[in-house]
Write a protein that binds this ligand. Structure first.
Ligand code: PEP
Ligand code: MN
Length: 341
């Protein structure tokens, strides 16, 4: 349920109402927008008398929300959420590009790629340290050492880091070293992990599962937000369909759909969705044109010898060319790519 409050509603009236609702076992989320103040009610609202709430002189309207996600719902929070990651804003009219290798392989590799993607206009550095590989015999990542190398590359370039967590045991280390914690497609419905991440006050990049609906993605975001961590970035990274020519099928329509349903920023991963470096450019431009708030792109200095996902990784040169063209699209859609020096 949401209550749209009149402009004349005083702080005391709102505070009293919130306290009364709390006594009824209902939590609230207050959103003061440019044009409206909205009080979102979370919990069992079946006992609440709608007519009584509508009759309050500072309440404009009372609406029941059909969707099961509340905190992530645009009806609760009509304005776009803007997340600030060490001075890099994402959401609203702020666009960010996250770039880097699939996996951290060595100090030279990550520091070199970090410097290259920064020069080209990336705002954040990606790199996997704990890798969710299909085969237990494939490279599993440098683990703790990988996190430390990422931090080193971050200190050298000033780029905040984005890397994937797979285990709740690693939360203290990630909380200390990592700027944006990525939840991979395979863990989108690891609810215990999501609940623990909800206790942090750190941005989470939540990737859509391989076979999950948009509503399921939003329900997973809700798990994190229900714990009080409202800094969730959603990522469409391709879903499983009958098509095998590409690694997955990029659901570009997820961008406008999520924008309609939610206020959270949406990022597109053209690398894991297509699986081929030659398709990364077109899908990146299409995502920017369709209203995405950012991209997460795999970039490797030597894709042929990459330890993971080489075929879908673009070179730093191709990345630099791509960023130039993305800027052109952003001019058209009215978004800006601003990265502190
Ligand atoms: C990744 O970003 O490195 C990754 C493994 O992605 P996904 O979870 O989307 O497969
Ligand atoms: Mn990868």
């Amino acid at each position: 349920m949401i209550l749209v409050l009149k402009e004349s509603a005083s702080k005391a009236q709102i505070d009293n109402l919130i306290a009364w609702l709390k006594g009824m076992g209902v939590e609230t989320h207050l959103s003061r927008g440019t044009y409206q103040t909205i009080l979102g009610l979370i919990g069992d609202t079946s006992e609440l008398d709608e007519d009584m709430l509508s009759s309050l002189d500072f309440v404009e309207t009372v609406k029941r929300i059909r969707e099961p996600f509340k905190n992530a719902n645009r009806k609760f929070h009509p304005d776009d959420t803007v997340i600030d990651i060490a001075g890099r804003k994402i959401g609203g009219d702020n666009f960010q590009i996250i770039a880097g290798p699939c996996s951290v392989e060595s100090e030279e590799q990550i520091t070199h790629i970090a410097a290259e993607v920064k020069k080209a206009g990336a705002g954040l550095l990606r790199g996997g340290a704990f890798k969710p590989r299909t085969s237990p015999y494939a490279f599993q990542g440098l683990r703790d050492d990988g996190i430390k190398l990422l931090k080193q590359a971050s200190l050298a370039t000033g780029l905040p880091i984005v890397t994937e967590i797979m285990d709740t045991d690693h939360i203290p280390m990630f909380d200390e070293y990592v700027d944006v914690i990525q939840v991979g497609a395979r863990n989108m419905q690891n609810f215990e992990l999501l609940k623990e991440l909800g206790k942090l006050r750190k941005p989470i990049l939540l990737k859509r599962g391989l076979a999950n609906t948009i509503q399921e993605l939003l329900m997973s975001a809700e798990y994190i937000m229900a714990g009080g961590n409202e800094q969730v970035i959603l990522c469409e990274r391709g879903i499983r369909t009958f098509e095998t020519y590409t690694r997955n099928t990029l659901d570009l329509s997820a961008i406008p759909v999520i924008k309609e349903l939610s206020h959270l920023p949406v990022v597109i991963d053209p690398s894991h969705s297509t699986g081929h470096s030659r398709f990364v450019r077109s899908m990146s431009l299409a995502a920017a044109a369709a209203g995405a708030d950012g991209l997460i792109i795999e970039v490797h200095n030597d894709p042929q010898h990459a330890l993971c996902d080489g075929p879908q990784s673009i070179t730093p040169e191709a990345f630099a060319e791509l960023v130039k063209d993305i800027r052109g699209i952003l001019d058209v859609v009215g978004k800006k790519l601003e990265v502190p020096a």
